[in-house]
Design a protein. Structure first.
Length: 507
């Protein structure tokens, strides 16, 4: 079953007054999440110096946000369908701003871990609610495509603004300032959103099944935790147990949804080939991109020696390309076809990643910038159209749950990608030849090597750093090559999965 219905005639009455101003409020929420997702990585060295967390605590500071948000996205999307998407968005945005203050002024590693976990709870309310509200505000399919393009473009712009703003703040203020930039955005969002956003919910929602919530949370956290732990420390019994617990909980979640009269997530959505194909394409695309996204900042700063602000500017072409292509993606999909635009975008990303397999320590910026621009253009086309397909494939009453599935695919794809491609980089990197007396921590990460070099004699430090950087680049090029293969295979699969898919659907 595919979304091939012709559009219903749209009248001016259907076109809600103030819808574009409402969209401005929604993209502020996207900006909150996108900026926060990028600034923590820049601030981590400063947080480590100030709070002095153990290695395990530092991992939890970096990972607990993604664990919680992955586990709660479906539940929060379904909750928004039941209690009101405007209500949950405004409550979540207020909480996001307040908890950002707790992040900024955390004085111990334990407080920081708790703050990041609470921020994940708040963040899980934002992304599904924004897309669901777009589905309910914009009834005209063409306007909805443009709105989704703007939504995606803002997310891309946020990932660029985050490193640039974060790098500037870290060079001039203390590390907590990178979290406080959420406050003015949150304040505008809430104050304007109260007046401009319409409320929408499922007319007959049924109860919010707490057992399903717990199963979803346990399942996603178990799977994501096991994947990340296996990538970092290899397979061990606790990791295997967490993975089995997660898989069992997800199996129980699916079985329960199939028996409930009002499920948290209607599993029948996956019978729609367009919906399933778009979700799978998003998951695999993020998986293939993870090697580049996760390690690019380290390459720019620790290999090429760029300061944080300059490294943030260097990544700007990807955001520029994504913004430009996202705004015209809906028009292009109607002019040609959904599968042509999605597949072309995925293939462009794959070819750009393939081009990056030739980089070395001294690669000039023209190649890097051009490749990042192509990656951004491809991502803007593919992600915008797949988001539109996902929303157009479901009834308006289920928009929150469907949006949450899309966001969960991103989180799971990132976890799997960092695990798979990150393990490639780590395996290649850890085997570099180092002079005698090199601390063991130098083989764990390039950041560890840079820190170790500060405590070694200059000649040995230079020799060790040269070998470490070359080995890191070897691992990065191998990971980008694997990512290119994943993207090209995904493009081929999407060509069949999105056959006959159309963006024009019922309003």
């Amino acid at each position: 079953m595919t979304s091939t219905l012709q559009p219903t005639k749209t009248t001016e009455a259907v076109k809600r007054p103030g819808r574009w101003l409402a969209l401005c409020v929604l993209v502020l929420a996207v900006l909150l999440v996108a900026v926060d997702a990028t600034v923590l990585g820049l601030a981590t060295p400063y947080i480590s110096e100030d709070l002095e967390p153990t290695g395990t605590q530092l991992l939890w500071i970096g990972d607990v946000y993604s664990f919680v948000i992955a586990g709660l996205l479906v539940s929060m999307g379904s909750l928004g369908d039941r209690v009101g998407r405007k209500r949950i968005l405004l409550v979540g945005a207020t909480a996001f701003g307040a908890i950002s203050v707790l992040n900024a002024y955390a004085s111990t590693p334990e407080t920081m871990i708790l703050a990041r976990a609470l921020l994940g709870v708040a963040g899980a309310t934002l992304m599904p609610a924004t897309l669901a509200l777009i589905r309910n505000i914009f009834h005209d399919p063409r306007e909805r495509s443009l709105a989704i393009g703007i939504w995606g473009a803002t997310a891309s712009a946020g990932t660029a603004v985050g490193p640039i703003a974060g790098g500037f703040l870290l060079e001039h203020f203390w590390w907590g300032s990178v979290f406080l930039i959420n406050l003015p955005v949150m304040a505008v969002l809430v104050l304007v959103g109260i007046r401009q956003l319409p409320e929408s919910r499922n007319a007959n929602p049924g109860p919010w099944d707490i057992v399903s919530v717990v199963l979803s949370l346990l399942g996603m956290i178990g799977i994501v935790y096991a994947v990340k732990e296996a990538a970092t420390h290899g397979f061990a019994w606790p990791t295997l147990a967490a993975g089995l617990l997660g898989a069992g909980a997800l199996y129980g979640f699916v079985r329960r949804q199939l028996t409930l009269p009002s499920p948290l997530l209607d599993m029948r959505l996956f019978r729609n080939r367009g919906f399933s194909g778009a979700v799978l394409a998003d998951l695999l695309t993020i998986l293939g991109l993870s090697g580049l996204v996760f390690f690019l900042s380290q390459y720019l700063q620790l290999v090429q020696g760029r300061p944080p602000f300059e490294a943030g500017l260097a990544e700007l072409p990807a955001a520029v390309g994504a913004v430009a292509s996202g705004l015209v993606a809906g028009h292009a999909a109607r002019r040609f076809s959904v599968r042509a635009v999605v597949c072309a975008g995925l293939a462009a990303i794959g070819l750009a990643l393939a081009a990056l397999t030739v980089i070395d320590r001294s690669t000039g910026y023209p190649l890097l910038g051009a490749a990042l621009l192509v990656v951004g253009v491809g991502a803007g086309f593919s992600f915008t159209v797949t988001s539109d397909v996902i929303l157009s494939s479901v009834p308006k009453d289920q928009a929150g749950a469907a949006s949450a599935v899309s966001e969960t695919a991103y989180e799971l794809g990132a976890a799997l990608g960092i695990a798979a491609l990150g393990s490639i980089v780590t395996a290649v990197y850890s085997g570099f030849a180092a002079p005698a007396g090199t601390p063991a921590g130098a083989h764990e990460s390039l950041g560890g090597a840079v820190e170790a070099a500060a405590h070694m004699p200059a000649p040995e430090a230079e020799t060790m750093l040269t070998a470490a950087r070359e080995s890191f680049v070897d691992g990065l090029t191998l990971a980008t090559g694997a990512g290119a293969a994943v993207l090209l295979a995904t493009a081929a699969a999407a060509w069949f999965l999105l056959r006959n898919e159309r963006l024009d659907s019922k309003p």
